[in-house]
Write a protein that binds this ligand. Structure first.
Ligand SMILES: C[S@@+](CC[C@H](N)C(=O)[O-])C[C@H]1O[C@@H](n2cnc3c(N)ncnc32)[C@H](O)[C@@H]1O
Length: 282
């Protein structure tokens, strides 16, 4: 089956992202944190590529009721930050699935560095066609990733296939809050490497249509306005690292795109959702 052309755009976006495994290791060195014996507790300030850091992952852990005996899937796991945090905090087994090879390899490298490789494993693959058998997991989580996937409904369907009946799905994502002017839509979609964005209502409908019962459903738009302003400052704080790694033009392109994106959220053209659902029996 031919791959959707947008998947190559996503891979290229993450290959040229200001945050990477190499950048994190360099940042730790710059801050005088030794890599030998590095603990996940020290890494967690640098490796979470979503909004709100580990506190946001804590909310998913609580609402999904994740326990030691659970087998958890992190859909679009990036550099593995949430997967490692979860395995370290709860002690459960976690599998992270990600499309982008550089993210996949970076996740393995960082996980070995903190010695969590017995609890956290990674697979490279597309969330629209997951390389897992039916009912393989007790819980699936995902943070700020489905925005990149062309067919988000298919990800909801794949989660329903790989999570066992009675299991849970807990995710957050960027959503379209209202129609945008064409120029802003094009700028924002390019800035976040999205082919399209779902609305909060579409997610609810797709979940219901694929055998999920919604347990918690929140609008995160207001909270994300401030979180994203801080994130823009964090990226600006990486200016010299980003220019040294990716060049001045890429830093400027990133800064311009990210600023437009943050503005679109603060003006409520875009928003955030957090949904937790239970997989109904077949
Ligand atoms: C913003 S990062 C989030 C990473 C992680 N959830 C975290 O919070 O640190 C989004 C990730 O989604 C991955 N991704 C995008 N499209 C994907 C797809 N179709 N299948 C699997 N992973 C995908 C990207 O490669 C990227 O690593």
């Amino acid at each position: 089956m031919a791959l959707h052309p947008h998947l190559a755009t996503v891979v290229s976006y993450y290959d040229r992202h200001p945050i990477s495994a190499e950048q994190i290791l360099e940042k730790l060195a710059l801050e005088g944190i030794p890599l030998a014996g590095l603990a996940q507790a020290a890494l967690k300030a640098y490796d979470q590529d979503h909004y709100g850091g580990v506190a946001a992952t804590d909310v998913l852990i609580e609402r999904a009721g994740i326990r030691l005996e659970h087998r958890v899937l992190d859909v679009c796991s990036g550099l593995g930050g949430p997967a490692r945090y979860l395995a370290d905090r709860i002690g459960c087994q976690v599998i992270g699935l990600d499309l982008t090879e550089s993210r996949h390899l970076g996740a393995i490298r960082l996980t070995e560095l903190v010695g969590l490789q017995d609890r956290v494993r990674f697979r490279q693959g597309d969330a629209q066609a997951m390389p897992f058998a039916a009912a393989s997991f007790d819980v699936a989580i995902s943070q700020e990733a489905w925005l990149h996937v062309p067919d988000k409904r298919q990800v909801v369907a794949e989660c329903a296939r790989v999570v066992r009946p009675g299991g849970r799905l807990a995710f957050t994502d960027l959503v379209a809050a209202r129609p945008m002017a064409a120029a802003r839509a094009a700028t924002v979609l390019r800035a976040v490497a999205a082919d399209n964005l779902a609305s909060h209502a579409e997610y609810r409908a797709w979940l219901a249509g694929h055998g999920w019962r919604i347990l918690h459903d929140e609008d995160l738009t207001e909270a994300w306005g401030e979180v994203l302003r801080q994130r823009l400052q964090m990226y600006r704080g990486l200016e010299s690292q980003t220019i040294a790694r990716l060049g001045e033009a890429r830093f400027r392109e990133w800064d311009e795109g990210y600023s437009a994106f943050v503005q679109a959220v603060s003006e409520r053209d875009l928003g955030g959702c957090r949904i937790v659902a239970e997989r109904l029996a077949d």
